[in-house]
Design a protein around this ligand. Structure first.
Ligand SMILES: Nc1ncnc2c1ncn2[C@@H]1O[C@H](COP(=O)(O)OP(=O)(O)OP(=O)(O)O)[C@@H](O)[C@H]1O
Ligand SMILES: [Mg+2]
Length: 433
């Protein structure tokens, strides 16, 4: 088929930078739009072989095979293309409209060239099956068991935070002998808080990568259930699993949603969840020895105060926007697998004061997009250069302004017992106070 010049130049770009996943997926998307499904599938397959959990790749694959999206997002799944009827189905089906039959048949004729069963066999390992035969496992674990590929080394900067995490549970987990010697059990909790996009979740994923099977990640969606009492049961089940697998770290992301101040809650259902969380953290009825709870939020002031009492999430660590050294490390991390040439990372880091980790990731994304569009327009593939990074820095605006505003009010008017002293110090240093 006659391909567009854009697709052609993207093919060349992908050949030049085989590791660039977003570029490859972009090409795959265009190929799908152009109807070159087989070639698109081979690119998506390459990405999935390296990153089996890549959401973007899985979405494209689902588009390619016309399967529904995963069960959680089935309500937003794109409509399935019509599947040709099995022989005999049409004649059995009652039809009100006599003309519909012939129309259906011609559509089915058109599609009959495509061997659906062969395609399903080929893609069996890559996409979820459209229908279950009955022997498959239907129950999903209540928590995230996907192995994390990120390591602590991938987290740029954050030396202080890493040190505190190491002291709080990484070192005690590695050294059971030391724990015995000091008679200290591994339990309790630590709350990471800070502006959005500064790496709390990223850091937790990195710890998961370090700890492997002894890290359980729980999100709101794993817990909440529309039936009364079921959310509490889910929480109980999650903690029971963690206790069975001790020593381990249980990560509760966005804890402000799960453990919101009960005084702010209008519904009684969520109140039950908060109470259950308190009970589980206290280990009532079972010992929490060896279960370390790590939680993250960007609104610690919305978290129920009872959750922060001693023995529960008693230690807090502020995760701040990255400093210059950290920004350099973050930029390096996000550019290292892309085709770059002569990038002055130190200069870029100097120009991005106040940017969060997510903003920096967005800068790299934007720079790559510029180089890509340029390559596509001129037909000559070129590397990502400093001018792209500079332009991207001009385009992307730091996103933590609104957070700093609410943090300022809390530090000024609600710093009870000095809970937010480190936040206060940071705001003063940045002359926000
Ligand atoms: N220190 C870092 N090193 C490398 N990348 C980082 C770092 N901090 C943030 N990032 C990038 O920013 C993205 C967003 O970070 P993350 O989701 O962890 O933020 P968060 O603090 O959990 O934000 P939120 O409060 O909104 O949940 C990460 O996926 C990663 O790409
Ligand atoms: Mg997060």
């Amino acid at each position: 088929m006659g391909d567009s010049p854009l697709i052609d130049s993207l093919r060349k770009a992908v050949e030049a930078a085989p590791q660039d996943v977003p570029l490859r997926l972009h090409l795959a998307g265009l190929l799908l739009d152009a109807g070159s499904v087989a070639e698109a599938v081979s690119h998506i397959g390459t990405v999935l072989a390296a990153e089996p959990t890549s959401a973007a790749a899985l979405d494209l694959m689902q588009r390619a095979v016309g399967a529904p999206a995963s069960s959680q997002s089935s309500t937003t799944a794109p409509p399935m293309p019509p599947r040709p009827a099995a022989p005999g189905w049409e004649s059995d089906a009652p039809s009100d409209d006599p003309t519909a039959d012939s129309a259906n048949r011609s559509e089915a004729d058109l599609e009959s060239e495509f061997d659906w069963d062969a395609a399903a066999r080929d893609l069996g390992d890559l996409a979820a099956p459209m229908f279950l035969d009955g022997d498959e496992e239907l129950t999903e674990p209540a928590y995230d068991l996907e192995p994390s590929t990120i390591r602590l080394a991938d987290v740029g900067g954050m030396t202080e935070v890493k040190k505190r995490l190491d002291a709080a549970f990484l070192a005690p987990m590695r050294n059971p002998e030391l724990r015995k010697l000091y008679g200290k059990s591994l339990k309790g909790g630590l709350l990471l808080y800070g502006p959005p996009g500064c790496g709390k979740t990223f850091l937790a994923k990195a710890i998961a990568g370090e700890l492997g099977a002894s890290f359980f990640s729980v999100t709101l969606a794993d817990v909440l259930d529309m039936y009364i009492g079921q959310s509490e049961r889910n929480l109980g089940e999650i903690f029971a699993t963690a206790r069975r697998n001790a020593p381990c770290v249980l990560f509760l992301d966005e804890i402000d949603a799960l453990g919101q101040r009960r005084s702010q809650l209008r519904s009684n259902t969520m109140r039950g969840t908060v109470n259950q969380l308190l009970t589980e953290l206290d280990g009532v009825g079972a010992s929490n020895d060896g279960v370390f709870v790590l939680a993250a939020t960007n609104a610690p002031w919305d978290v129920d105060v009872a959750l922060r009492r001693p023995g529960r999430l008693d230690r807090t660590v502020l995760v701040l926007p990255p400093d210059a050294a950290a920004r350099e490390a973050i930029l390096r991390h996000h550019l290292k697998d892309r085709p770059v040439s002569k990038i002055d990372l130190a200069a870029a880091a100097r120009r991005t004061d106040g940017f969060s980790g997510a903003d920096l990731a967005h800068v790299c994304e934007t720079a790559a997009e510029r180089a890509l569009l340029d390559s596509a327009a001129t037909g000559a593939v070129r590397m990502i250069e400093m001018r792209d990074v500079d332009a991207a820095i001009g385009e992307v605006k730091p996103s933590i302004g609104p957070w700093l505003e609410s943090a300022r009010n809390v530090a000024l008017f609600a710093n009870e017992g000095g809970a937010y002293d480190d936040l206060l110090a940071y705001l003063k240093k940045r002359k926000i106070l």
